[in-house]
Write a protein that binds this ligand. Structure first.
Ligand code: DGJ
Length: 729
């Protein structure tokens, strides 16, 4: 068992692969957070806990005046009984009071990991892979029960937490806040890392010192969003890719979230994470429960890289699901940047035919194939083929494309509705809206009210009918605006603040239904690029369009940041035309290829317009990628040089047996008369010698301790790159 209750110490000891998490029951009532960090086999709990007996203005919850919860390291802090820091939850009773007082009631340790009904979650394939601790806390006065769940995997340094709030009383509760996890640290000597950005500039790494007061990242957009990813990490000041303590928090959810770090008067740090309490309320009637989504907490005692590799493995193998979870992904060509809305069947077939000759494996038909959609101002919701563009229908096109030896994928934006659509004319109340208020458009569209069962059913029906109509083996599921005027026509007044979360539950239900109904389809999620690149969606769709920004230089930062949490198999990356459509920058096809090959590779350009010479280069890229794609998509990933630190970026992939590796080196701008430069590799075996690009044989020790010199032929020119293939002898 990786979880035990040590009776003599009144403590729960949770042992992950190389880390330990300890909880102690204090005064037979309070759950104290004792420890989370490197492995301690036989912890002496009382020598870890220390009470400073500090003076403060805080009150004492018991008769014993020496104790206050305000400096108590808590597992699930509440509001109203002396802890004045951020609470993890808050309940309002019908009489208006917001005070709760939870006491330890009981616990259960189960093998495996119970399902979170209706929510995305990490799972076990065999029960023995993990144990779960369920601790029940009770407020006897009002009969509120809270069940805290902690899962520990034997093979991962992860503790997975969630909470279930149960109304066992005889009046209704209003849940004002229901976060998933809270962790108290005994000092504040940390940096805070987040992945922040915007559309076309997603998931840039931001690192800043943790200081007194509260620092938060959050989304109020109705989606996880482009601007902040539902992830933070606390890093010891000395933490680098290969050194230091790292505590990662990743939220398995795709809607509004909050991750907050509070440093209090004693310079201790509290981290909380969960559904954003902003514009959230949940009516909990008698006998009902509210289940929070889960937070995956990863500890690394050896730097940021190890944290990332833990997330990669766990998310690739035990969050993503389905046929493609561990299958190599096809090389696609997507027609979006090639044609935008201006295409017909002949144009698509020409692209598919030429691409097939170069070894590309699947054509994705993007936006514009349905309704009357010649621009982005109409037809979302009218999911029937536009016969003006595809006169013989979808099946004929798919058959032709299949005839070239190519698979076929199709774009949908199933959560949206255009005011100019037959669907909207028939059901004007099917969108999120507030009575008598203006319905603000984003990209000329409104959002379907997925909290409604009738809307969910209608969309399931429409998608099913298109997907069954032809041999479609790939779906790109897009979502192109965030929420405004949030309200649902079917929810009663006192449940309107549930809309955004109910919307997310509806999205998960539709995704679950469609992906189970079409298990042979590879689903790619997208939200104007990476606007919903989060662990929640990854549970249903194993890959995500990383960013609408296909500029290779910009992609270095975007892909580097994304790799903090998400595995390469989840990241799609395409070579597009130059000058780049997002930045106007021109780079060589080699450079663009080397950047895109560091993800799930594909193209997003009009291949019919390429010169023979360019086509030859593409053909070579496709061959190169096919030879190493399993390594890229499923190998262990090591970041070597950060694009945020200068003009050089490098990263590498190592096979599990360490016999095969691929190293990508990129230079953005050149420096004349530059100093000598080398970079060290990582993750190789010191037992092996490696043949580098079929030429020199160099030991693993030399490659990791001395490194590789920057190739002299790269000294000249901007936007240069090189791929090193390493094979153990
Ligand atoms: C936004 C996506 O990110 C693009 O790749 C493309 O699919 C467009 N939407 C189509 O409208």
């Amino acid at each position: 068992m990786s979880i035990t209750f040590d009776k003599s110490q009144n403590s729960f000891i949770l042992q992950a692969k190389n880390s330990t998490y300890i909880i102690k029951i204090i005064k037979d009532k309070y759950l104290s957070h004792v420890y989370w960090g490197g492995k301690i086999e036989n912890p002496v709990v009382d020598s870890i806990i220390h009470s400073a007996g500090r003076a403060s203005f805080s009150a004492n919850p018991d008769e014993d005046g020496s104790f206050t919860l305000d400096d108590f390291p808590a597992e699930y802090p509440s509001y109203g009984n002396t802890d004045l820091r951020m609470p993890a939850y808050q309940i309002q009773l019908e009489n208006g009071t917001r005070i709760t007082d939870l006491s330890f009631d009981s616990y259960e340790i189960v093998t495996g990991k119970p399902k979170l009904e209706g929510l995305p979650a990490v799972y076990t394939e065999k029960e023995e892979e993990a144990d779960t601790l369920l601790i029940t806390l009770v407020d006897k006065l009002i009969h509120l029960k809270v069940v805290l769940s902690y899962t520990v995997f034997k093979e991962y340094d992860a503790v997975i937490r969630s909470a279930k709030l149960i109304n066992d009383g005889n009046s209704n509760f209003k849940v004002l806040r229901a976060l998933s996890a809270s962790v108290d640290f005994d000092h504040y000597d940390y940096d805070l890392m987040s992945l922040s950005g915007s559309w076309a500039r997603e998931r840039h790494v931001v690192r800043r010192p943790v200081v007194n007061g509260t620092q938060s990242i959050e989304s109020r957009r109705g989606a996880s969003g482009h601007s902040e990813n539902p992830f933070i990490a606390l890093l010891s000041k000395d933490a680098t890719e290969t050194n230091g303590d790292v505590y990662g928090f990743s939220f398995v959810y795709s809607g509004n979230f909050l991750a907050s770090v509070e440093v209090d008067q004693y310079k201790t740090t509290r981290v909380v994470m969960g559904i954003n309490p902003f514009d959230f309320e949940w009516l909990l009637e008698q006998g009902e429960f509210f289940q929070t989504p889960e937070v995956v907490m990863v500890y690394s005692g050896c730097g940021i890289g190890h944290m990332s590799r833990t997330y990669h493995k766990l998310y690739r193998n035990r969050l993503a699901r389905g046929k493609y979870r561990n299958a190599v992904r096809p090389i696609v060509i997507n027609n979006w940047e090639a044609t935008y809305f201006d295409f017909n069947a002949d144009k698509l077939k020409a692209i598919a035919k030429d691409a097939a000759e170069l070894g590309v494996e699947l054509l994705v038909l993007d936006d514009g194939w349905f309704g009357k959609r010649n621009s982005d101002n109409c037809s979302l919701g009218d999911w029937y083929v536009d016969k003006n563009k595809l006169p013989d229908g979808l099946k004929a096109l798919v058959d032709d494309v299949n005839g070239y030896g190519m698979g076929f994928g199709l774009w949908f934006e199933p959560e949206m509705i255009s005011p100019d659509s037959d669907l909207y004319r028939a059901h004007p109340d099917w969108c999120l809206h507030v009575p008598d208020r203006h319905r603000s458009l984003g990209r000329n569209q409104l959002i379907l009210d997925y909290s409604r069962k009738d809307v969910q059913d209608a969309i399931i029906e429409m998608l099913s009918s298109v997907l069954s109509s032809a041999n479609i083996t790939y779906v790109k599921w897009d979502m192109n605006r965030n929420m405004s005027e949030i309200g649902s026509a079917l929810l009663p007044n006192n449940r309107q603040m549930e809309t955004a979360h109910r919307y997310m539950l509806g999205v998960y239900h539709v995704m679950e239904t469609i992906t189970s109904k079409f298990p042979d389809v590879l689903f790619e999620s997208c939200s104007g690029g990476g606007g919903r690149f989060d662990p929640g969606i990854l549970h249903y769709m194993p890959q995500n369009w990383t960013s609408d920004d296909t500029d290779a230089v910009e992609r270095l930062k975007i892909q580097y940041g994304t790799s903090m949490v998400y595995p390469t198999s989840a990241m799609t990356a395409h070579v597009s035309a130059v000058p780049n459509h997002q930045t106007g920058r021109s780079t060589s096809v080699d450079f663009r290829g080397d950047v895109a090959m560091a993800g799930n590779f594909g193209y997003e350009l009009d291949v019919t317009k390429m010169s023979d010479n360019e086509k030859e280069l593409v053909k070579k890229q496709v061959e190169t990628y096919k030879e190493m794609r399993e390594l890229i998509q499923y190998g262990e990933f090591y970041r070597l040089m950060s694009p945020f630190d200068g003009d050089f970026t490098a990263w590498m992939y190592v096979s599990v047996d360490k016999r095969d590796a691929a190293v990508f080196f990129y230079k953005v701008l050149t420096t004349p008369n530059a100093s000598l430069f080398r970079f060290k590799l990582n993750g190789l075996s010191t037992e092996y010698e490696y043949v580098v690009n079929g030429e020199d044989t160099i030991s693993g020790a030399q490659l990791m301790n001395y490194g590789l010199n920057m190739p002299t032929d790269l000294a000249w020119g901007d936007f240069r790159s090189k791929l090193f293939r390493l094979k153990a002898k």
